[in-house]
Design a binder for this molecule. Structure first.
Ligand SMILES: C[S@@+](CC[C@H](N)C(=O)[O-])C[C@H]1O[C@@H](n2cnc3c(N)ncnc32)[C@H](O)[C@@H]1O
Length: 398
């Protein structure tokens, strides 16, 4: 079928119409005229894949990555960086509008590097082939380089066959010193680690959650801050823009005394805000991350921080108006209703909501905006060349 692409959707896919039915086409660009094959047919919509570009959109640029048209690893490498930034501003503004939040979002902070920024990647291994799945499929695209990943990770990717893994997943994490941690999820034997260690600064290997070589953590640095990060603990994937996130936290906690940092990970935002605040309490569900946070507070001389390992919903009753600021940096699923209601009722003066998912952010803001007003929304281009974006939102109690 021949389709003219009219606009992007919220997942970075092009949208067109076929017989009045909406069709979503990954890797297409508004203005494209395409020959498309239908891949999914539902009552209300279709999905398709590009068979041939009949007439390319003027917005198209040649993607740097030779795997781009097939690979499901990233989705916006076929338009210019400035157009991806505009797309992200419009996307978040539209999602907010859809949730009755009229806020035109105009600020987006660029990443210092838009390629080779990721300090972590997870690859699939299928019958000894290594790569990412194709978009919306379980078909493997073998790769030996990913332009989103740190250069050292790319060297490691080329040598992964040395490990002789047949099937499973492998995560590569790298730190500021180019030290490497491998996290393997596979039933196969892992071979040639010594050879691997001679070529790379291999700090540790974890297989199926068990340490099989070296240490199970990396030390990482953002600006002057030093963090211990366990193999299973969250750490921002783009260290360049993470420094900007820290600056925003610092600027927006200048007048804060007592801060509650829910979903605190290894204590990053707690430690950054503790420069301004008298006391910070960080809450995190992952035991290893909380153990890291306890150590990180000492590394960074943030002795006014305390951390507890708990599910946010189990400690939320302890929230009192004693705190003047709450930092929320939840996973993509956002904050559960019960927690949002408690926060609202505690009437805490300021909420700083950091989110990598504007859809759940807008849903949650809608609940908080009964009692709060938006002060600022800033986007951070944490994930260049993809449709993803980090949102930083400051709310004040009405
Ligand atoms: C997006 S990360 C933010 C981490 C940290 N603020 C940072 O910037 O490094 C979200 C964190 O929430 C934690 N988490 C997920 N569900 C949770 C829950 N129900 N209660 C507490 N922490 C949770 C995850 O383990 C993860 O560390």
């Amino acid at each position: 079928m021949e389709i003219e692409v009219l606009k992007f959707d919220n997942l970075g896919r092009g949208i067109g119409y076929y017989n009045d039915k909406i069709i979503f086409i990954p890797k297409s660009v508004p203005g494209d005229i395409l020959l498309v094959e239908k891949t999914v047919e539902k009552k209300n919509y279709l999905e398709g894949k590009i068979v041939k570009i009949i007439k390319p959109s003027k917005l198209r640029v040649k993607p740097l990555c030779p795997y781009f048209s097939l690979c499901g690893g990233c989705d916006l490498m076929h338009i210019s960086l400035s157009n991806t930034l505009e797309y992200k501003l419009k996307k978040v503004t539209d999602i907010f509008k859809h949730n009755h939040i009229n806020e035109k979002i105009e600020n987006i902070i660029k990443s210092k590097d838009s390629y080779n920024y990721r300090n972590k990647v997870t690859l699939k291994i299928v019958d000894e082939n290594i790569g990412f799945y194709e978009c919306d499929s379980h078909k493997l695209v073998s790769i030996n380089n990913c332009y989103l990943c740190n250069e050292e990770i790319n060297k490691v990717i080329k040598d992964l066959p040395l490990l002789e893994l047949k099937n499973g997943n492998i995560t590569i994490r790298v730190n500021y010193k180019n030290e490497i941690l491998l996290i393997i999820d596979s039933e196969d034997g892992v071979n040639n680690l010594e050879v691997f260690n001679k070529k790379y600064q291999l700090v540790g290997v974890i297989q199926n959650n068990k340490l099989i070589y070296g240490e199970d953590f990396l030390m990482d640095k953002i600006g002057d801050y030093l963090f211990k990060v366990s193999f299973d603990a969250f750490f921002q994937v783009n260290p360049f823009i993470c420094a900007n996130l820290f600056d925003l936290i610092k600027q927006n906690t200048k007048d804060c005394q007592k801060v509650l940092d829910l979903y605190c990970g290894v204590g990053t935002l707690s430690i950054v805000s503790s420069t301004n605040a008298k006391y910070v309490l960080g809450v995190e569900i992952n035991e290893n991350a909380i153990k890291n946070a306890e150590i990180n507070k000492c590394f960074n001389n943030a002795l006014n921080c305390e951390f507890i390992c708990a599910d946010t919903k189990n400690i939320i009753d302890k929230i009192t108006e004693d705190y003047d600021t709450i930092i929320l940096d939840p996973p993509r699923s956002g904050v559960i209703r019960e927690v949002l209601d408690k926060i609202k009722n505690a009437k805490i003066k300021k909420i700083i909501y950091v989110s990598c998912n504007p859809i759940t952010l807008a849903r949650d803001l809608n609940i908080l905006l009964d009692y709060y007003s938006i002060n600022t929304v800033t986007l951070l281009d944490m994930f260049p060349n993809t449709e993803h974006v980090e949102c930083f939102c400051v709310l004040n109690l009405n």
